[in-house]
Ligand binder design. Structure first.
Ligand SMILES: [Zn+2]
Ligand SMILES: [Zn+2]
Length: 268
């Protein structure tokens, strides 16, 4: 079967089709709020956990909070924590080269969802993520990544019934997939470039709102080691603000700043 349609990609498509059930369950604006709330809650763990912690190590935290970050990020149904971070590190190493998995040169849809559905990218490249692969609990979560989203769905169902499940899990998860994937597809196409990086990354205000700060993607490709992707106060970066608050209550520490030399566009 094709890259997009196989037995393994079936759950991905079934969840899309299941969005139609919004017409068969109760409607209230509260449910819409629930869908948006569960979208942004989990988007934070994708960006603050998968991306800024596990992929780039831009701050430090305790072992138990690291596990919590991984577990919550996995409720997004974007595969295992080590899989996600290893593939992302590969992207930075080879952005827009031929072997880059989600280079926009491979077409919009392949960069958006094709590379994830492709059986060629199924395995976790442990050698790219051995700093975190040494934790057995993360290896376990990576292997059984389906458990957090299933548990998340069950809890929502038990608390709110069918309508809550449809809005708070089904619709919210599908939106979260596409919101996250815009970083691979649109952020390398749509926006401005402050830094002449070797790839096609762009800065985009709208995508920064959709992804809690990841839309400052050109900044990020220019300097990956800082906790913030929005380099200036007007570059809204909610993930960074939340991490800053978490650092005040000492759940995370040593957030890495943007050094003055990295701000200068001419220094790339
Ligand atoms: Zn990155
Ligand atoms: Zn990129």
């Amino acid at each position: 079967m094709s890259t997009y349609l196989s037995l393994k990609t079936l759950p991905f498509w079934i969840l899309h089709i299941a969005c139609i059930t919004v017409f068969f369950v109760d409607f209230s604006w509260g449910y819409v709020g629930l869908a948006i709330g569960m979208y942004y809650l989990r988007m934070f763990f994708v960006t603050g956990g998968y991306h800024r912690y596990f992929s780039h190590k831009t701050y430090q935290t305790s072992r138990w909070f690291q596990f919590f970050l991984a577990f919550m990020a996995e409720t997004s149904s974007q595969k295992g924590v080590l899989w996600w971070a290893a593939h992302h590190r590969f992207h930075h190493k080879h952005s827009d080269e031929d072997i880059d998995l989600h280079s926009p040169k491979k077409g919009f849809w392949y960069a958006h969802i094709g590379w994830i559905l492709d059986s060629k990218t199924e395995e976790t490249e442990y050698k790219l993520i051995n700093d975190f692969a040494r934790f057995p609990e993360l290896m376990w979560l990576n292997k059984y990544w389906i458990l957090p989203p299933v548990l998340f769905a069950i809890v929502i169902f038990l608390l709110g019934g069918w309508a809550a499940l449809v809005w708070g899990f089904v619709v919210s998860t599908v939106l979260l997939w596409h919101g996250t994937f815009t970083i691979n597809s649109l952020s390398h196409r749509w926006g401005n470039r402050r830094y002449e990086t070797t790839d096609t990354s762009k800065n985009n205000f709208i995508l920064a709102l959709v992804t809690l700060g990841e839309g400052w993607h050109n900044n990020h490709h220019h300097y990956q080691a800082s906790t913030r992707n929005g380099f200036y106060w007007w570059e809204i970066d909610i993930t960074f603000y939340v991490l800053k608050i978490l650092s005040w209550v000492r759940l995370v520490k040593n957030l890495r700043p943007v050094p003055a030399h990295a701000l200068n566009p001419k220094k790339d």
